[in-house]
Design a binder for this molecule. Structure first.
Ligand code: TRP
Length: 335
């Protein structure tokens, strides 16, 4: 039996942060190293254009995110590691899927609905500032997944709906044109999959509350010190379950270290001390990858060569599937 396929992508619209690491990079690299899966990891640079229209940021972020994956142990020989925009079959498939997607389905996507709702709250036109990329985002994402017939999609909780939409779209396509696509399922690790940011909301570039994955030690410490806490004094018992400091601790600690920190909270550990320990825990895990990251960042040609090789590997599959899909929908030679 062939191995199950795992696929995930990261949008290249900013510097990689701890949320990307905990939610996507770490579980994906672990799964790939287990040898149990056939893994596809990619840089979602077409997705980046939806929100980020600064070319230099998209370009720089592509290098940073690629270097982060590689520094954190991704082995480009054993996985298929590529840049979305190197695979022209993805936008081509997006169109075929777009024509099989009910508009009503996409109307319900959270990212789009959230944007409409915030316009309404601000008294703006419902469509203010919303481009068609944001609206169609789940269809592009479905193409990413269906293009490689991936089974498991490790993502944060907020992305589950998109995987469900990819299933719906695949089902409709299969029903109409015959069985071409595997139906993907979301794989959400545990409560950790969505890491809290500095302000306690989901750590996300769009909220500006991220902790960068690979800054200097000094900057890492500074960011950790900015995590929002309440005003409880040292010695006063603290509730771990409403604390971003504890939640981030849990994402990096062993079960045993987490249990110990729970006790420390009950005993009234000072916020400064909890943050100091959190810094040490994270810093120790990121120290070695940081050195590798710095080396790759100084060597973009090496990263580029890896991505081009990955694209070749990916396209050896996407061109084959795409040509049978073109046949299936009636885009065929006349004779
Ligand atoms: N939308 C995902 C995010 O913002 C990134 C992404 C794009 C993705 N295409 C994907 C994730 C396909 C999994 C599979 O986190």
């Amino acid at each position: 039996m062939s191995k199950q396929r795992v696929l995930t992508g990261i949008t290249t619209s900013g510097a990689p942060h701890l949320g990307n690491y905990v939610g996507a990079i770490r579980p994906a690299v672990e799964a790939s190293l287990s040898g149990e899966f056939d893994s596809f990891f990619f840089l979602a640079d077409y997705h980046a254009l939806i929100k980020c229209q600064d070319p230099d940021v998209v370009h720089q972020s592509t290098l940073e995110i690629a270097a982060a994956w590689l520094a954190l142990g991704l082995d480009p020989e054993t996985v298929t590691f590529y840049r979305q925009s190197d695979i022209p079959e993805i936008p081509e498939l997006t169109w075929l899927l777009t024509c099989m997607t009910a508009k009503g389905l996409v109307n319900r996507a959270h990212a789009y609905k959230g944007a409409v709702q915030s316009n309404e709250e601000n008294g703006d036109d419902a469509d203010f500032g919303i481009n068609m990329g944001l609206f169609s985002y789940p269809i592009l994402m479905a193409a990413d997944i269906l293009m490689f017939n991936a089974h498991k999609i490790p993502v944060g909780r907020d992305q589950i709906q998109h995987i469900e939409m990819a299933r719906d779209i695949a089902q409709r396509f299969n029903h109409h044109y015959g069985e071409h696509f595997v139906l993907p399922v979301a794989q959400v690790d545990n409560d950790m999959a969505v890491l809290q940011g500095l302000d306690g909301r989901k750590m996300s570039k769009s909220y500006g509350n991220t902790i960068p994955l690979f800054s200097t030690e000094k900057k890492l410490k500074k960011h950790i010190n900015k995590i929002k806490t309440n005003l409880l004094e040292p010695g006063e018992p603290k509730n771990p379950d409403d604390s971003a400091v504890f939640q981030i601790w849990q994402a990096f600690a062993t079960a045993e270290q987490t249990a110990e920190m729970r006790v420390e909270f009950a005993n009234g550990i000072a916020w400064g001390e909890a943050k100091k320990q959190l810094f040490e825990l994270i810093n120790q895990q990121l120290d070695a990858p940081r050195a590798k990251y710095t080396e790759l960042m100084a060597n973009p040609a090496e990263v580029e060569a890896i991505l081009l090789q990955g694209a070749e590997k990916a396209r050896s599959q996407s061109t084959v599937l795409m040509s049978s899909l073109r046949q299936a929908v009636g885009l065929r030679r006349l004779v």
